[in-house]
Write a protein that binds this ligand. Structure first.
Ligand SMILES: [Zn+2]
Length: 427
């Protein structure tokens, strides 16, 4: 089959930029809050059918996921949660590729804080505004229009191109996990999360913990006769802060931009006491404990528990009244694709051709579906997409159309180089 010229691909994407812009606007105007993604998924399925893809809409079933070690139960009803998978069958002789993105968007919060409706899809000064524009309808649009551009050039892939729009990413990844349990595999996966067009192939993990610290209540006028749970917690907090610094000194990951912030520990919530003039007899703290890439969850948990135990042991009160440690809610493992994985080289080369500069490699400190591909499907996976995670989950979220166009070009070149094939007569 004749090969396709790079300049033809780049020009085709440029020609489709107005359509791409409208597509993102329409996508943002459909609120796809967790558990309510079905209308958006229907919209996307229609678009994939227009592309001539074989489309499967499948309900994510709790029964199929329960019992899997990576399943995080997010308490969202499963009756309306639909994954959409489009398959562009290869003609053989090439590598297969999954393009994965999530349909769900987080709540817009207090709508009055927004300059316009969170679902406006307003285009202003080259940016499209609305919840989900950056995270991650811009990325989904880039993948759809990469395929559209190639289709218009008569391209037929060698290996399969599989587009996945999944639910439940923001609350633990049930959508992608369902595709993996169903056996959906490829030679590599690109997840179009907002990475500012950097190649993020390493992801930290995170665990949520609850610490209950006992004290002894007494009237505040006699405070030395009681034990303040708040003051005892302060001792533990200082120890956690030193533990965090020590872990970051001992575990290096060159790919992260800030070596002191790879897998942070942070307390997000505390509650104690119920009366201003009573010494509090109980404090409950909840927080997030980061897990380094390559670190085993069980070992990380054991180190954390040992730290709490040792700190309590060196305090007269806490030694006799030890704090209780519980692991609650979701537990997100770290994930990693080897730096020499071929997909990183192919994607990086396409990026360099489009942007005129080498792609930066990075690691991310947040959880994503990358870990599910690397840990449970034995697949190399990388996050790569338009937009900045700093602009995700915020009021007046927006995406720059020009950056989505760049991502579209890079993805189109990557599909051709990775999957092989070329321009052939319609099959
Ligand atoms: Zn996201």
């Amino acid at each position: 089959m004749p090969s396709i010229h790079t300049t033809d691909i780049l020009e085709q994407v440029e020609r489709l930029a107005p359509d791409l812009t409208r597509f993102i606007q329409e996508a943002v105007r459909i609120p796809s809050l967790p558990g309510h993604e079905q209308e958006f998924q229907g919209f996307l399925a229609g678009r994939l059918l227009e592309l001539g893809m074989k489309v499967t809409v499948s309900r994510v079933r709790r029964e199929a996921l329960a019992g899997h070690p990576a399943f995080c139960d997010d308490d969202i009803p499963f009756d309306q949660r639909l994954n959409v998978i489009g398959r562009w069958p290869g003609r053989g002789g090439g590598r297969s590729l999954i393009l994965n993105g999530h349909a769900d968007v987080v709540s817009p919060g207090a709508e009055e804080l927004w300059s316009d409706s969170p679902w406006s899809g307003k285009l202003d000064n080259g940016c499209i505004y609305g919840r989900g524009s950056t995270d991650m309808k811009g990325g989904l649009a880039a993948a759809v229009y990469a395929m559209e551009s190639l289709r218009r050039l008569g391209y037929q892939p060698g290996g399969d191109v599989i587009f996945e729009s999944v639910v439940g990413e923001e609350s633990g990844g049930c959508g992608t996990l369902a595709t993996i349990i169903d056996g959906c595999r490829a030679d590599a996966a690109i997840i179009m999360e907002p990475t500012r067009l950097q190649l993020a192939h390493v992801q930290s993990g995170a665990l949520t913990f609850r610490l209950t610290v006992p004290g002894r209540a007494v009237h505040a006028c006699m405070r030395n006769r009681g034990v303040s749970a708040i003051e005892k917690f302060y001792t533990l907090l200082q120890a956690l802060s030193e533990f965090d610094a020590r872990r970051h000194r001992e575990q290096h990951h060159d790919v992260y931009p800030d070596p002191r912030q790879v897998a942070p520990i942070s307390i997000g919530k505390i509650s104690a006491g119920d009366w201003p003039s009573t010494v509090p007899d109980r404090l409950v703290a909840e927080g997030r404990f980061g897990v380094f890439p390559g670190e085993k969850i069980d070992k990380a948990k054991a180190a954390f528990a040992a730290l709490i135990g040792e700190t309590a042991g060196s305090d007269d009160w806490l030694a006799r009244h030890p704090p209780a440690l519980e692991w609650v809610e979701g537990q997100f493992e770290p994930g990693e694709t080897a730096a020499d994985a071929p997909i990183l080289a192919v994607l990086g080369k396409a990026h360099a051709e489009v942007l005129g500069e080498a792609a930066q490699r990075t690691g991310v400190t947040y959880g994503s579906d990358l870990r599910l591909f690397t840990n449970y499907a034995a697949m190399p996976a990388v996050l790569y997409g338009p937009g900045d995670v700093l602009h995700a989950h915020v009021v007046d979220e927006s995406i720059a159309v020009a950056e989505v166009v760049q991502a579209t070009k890079v993805l189109a070149l990557t599909i051709v180089r990775w999957c092989g094939g070329g321009a052939g007569e319609e099959g």
